[in-house]
Every structure is written in C-alpha cells, then in structure tokens.
Design a protein around this ligand. Sequence first.
Ligand code: PNS
Length: 159
Amino acid sequence: MSRIAVVPGSFDPVTLGHLDVIERAAGIFDELHVLVVHNPDKSALLPIAQRVSLILDSIAEADIEGSIVVTSWSVGLLVDYCTDVGASVLVKGIRSQVDVAYETPMAIVNRNLAGVETVFMLPAPEHAHVSSSLVRQVAALGGDVRPYVPRVVADFLQR
Ligand code: PNS
C-alpha cells in the first residue's frame, strides 16, 4: 500500500526551509501533497494560485525528486482533504520549541478528527530562523530576500 503524506501550510511565500522539508518528506513517502491553505489568522501577501505556482517553480528549480502534487484547499477541514486523497500522515517542519507548542494541539485535533498522524521534521539548521512572515516584512521594506527563498521566489518578489 502506498503511503501518502500532506505538507500543509500558508506558503506565503514558500521559503528555503519549506523546500528543505518538502525534499526530505518526498524522499520518505510514496506520494507527497504540498497543500496551500488559507490561514485566517495571517494577513496574506500573495493570492493562493500564485503561491501554488511559486512552489511548483521552486520544486522544479531545486530538481526535487519524488511523486509530488502541489495544490490548494479552501473547503472544510484539512483532514477532509487527507481523507479525500487517502493520506494518513501530515508533515510539519519544526524550527523551535515555539513551533512545537503551536503544532501540538493541531496534531492532536487532527488525529482525533480523522486518525491522521502528524510527523514533525527538522529542517537544516541554517533555515531555522527563516519564516514567511519575516520574508514578507523584508520584501515589503525593500530588503534582499535571496538568502531565505528559492531564486524564483526572490525574482518574483523583486518584480
Ligand atoms: O503555514 P501555517 O500558516 O502555519 O499553516 C497553518 C495551517 C494552514 C496548516 C493551519 O491553519 C490548518 O491546518 N488549517 C486548516 C483548518 C483546519 O483543519 N483546522 C482544524 C484542525 S487544526
């Protein structure tokens, strides 16, 4: 039986930290779905379709191998998407104890709702300080975001 996992997130925009986790997860699972979900708690920079497009371009640019689907989800619970595509695992990148505290209640609720397990993965330490919100702030103020995001994303933000 093939093992399908979902990497959900706002990806506004996708960072090198996200890409690192996507690459590691793609090497473990038979099929990986990178799922862009609107997070109502955050004020968005990019439209959802643009985020999907930048993730696709970043995966191609990094030449990441594996069976990877990139799409978005706006109707219902995240676990409903998992059930629809037969995914039994959610993958979340963990940079610090702050992320553990943020992710733990969601992991427990998602398991209670639909039996979907959450796997925490550690990105490379050099990406531990990178976040989309930091990138949005640096980009908005005209700073150089190239150390934090794939080249296609930096080019897009610069335009
Ligand atoms: O990148 P983010 O913003 O930290 O991602 C958060 C996200 C989108 C994964 C989270 O908000 C989420 O899971 N939303 C889906 C809504 C849902 O199913 N909620 C109930 C269970 S936690």
